[in-house]
Design a protein around this ligand. Structure first.
Ligand code: SF4
Length: 164
């Protein structure tokens, strides 16, 4: 039986997903609230079904550091410039059907992902949205992608010219 303060690991549906580690923050009747480690110095709270987490003795400390180093190139990217209130032109802001289900979705399942992709499809500010998420180190769903896909996309962007 889990208790507050226990260390846990996410039970991955397949080996292709990244490893997630966290700490039990609160116990509910059917779900448990976990403070997940996004990377060093950054965490996020999320309620999870009990079956999706398993107790571990210690959290591996090296993984968040490796992740952080792999993101260093983000500060050298020549991002497209945003304009004032760009988000007001986004489909998720403008549509009245509330298709968008949230920026905080860390690991959308196939059904949620399809819904998010639909919301972002043809969004006129998608590239700005995606770039702003990278610049501000935001997690979750932005610009038609989850964080992992966004990092892959970032590797295709041009780098800033170095000052003389
Ligand atoms: S790309 Fe998606 S998340 Fe970003 S503003 Fe458009 S609809 Fe919203």
């Amino acid at each position: 039986m889990l208790k507050v303060g226990d260390k846990v690991e996410w039970v991955k549906p397949s080996p292709n997903y990244r490893n997630w580690y966290g700490t039990v923050a609160e116990l509910g009747e059917h779900k448990v609230k976990i403070e997940w480690i996004i990377r060093e110095g950054k965490t996020k709270f999320k309620w999870e079904p009990y079956k999706d987490v398993k107790w571990i003795d210690v959290i591996p400390v090296n993984l968040p550091q490796n992740k952080r180093r792999s993101r260093d190139f983000l500060q050298d990217i020549d991002y497209p410039a945003p304009y004032r209130d760009w988000h007001m032109d986004g489909n998720c802001y403008a549509n009245g059907e509330k298709l968008f289900v949230g920026y905080s979705t860390l690991r959308p399942n196939a059904k949620t992902r399809a819904k998010l992709e639909e919301a972002c499809r043809d969004c006129r500010v998608m590239i700005i949205c995606r770039s702003e998420a990278l610049k501000t180190d935001s997690v979750g769903w932005w610009g038609g992608m989850d964080e992992a896909d966004r990092l892959q996309w970032a590797k295709t962007l041009p780098l800033k010219e170095m000052a003389e």
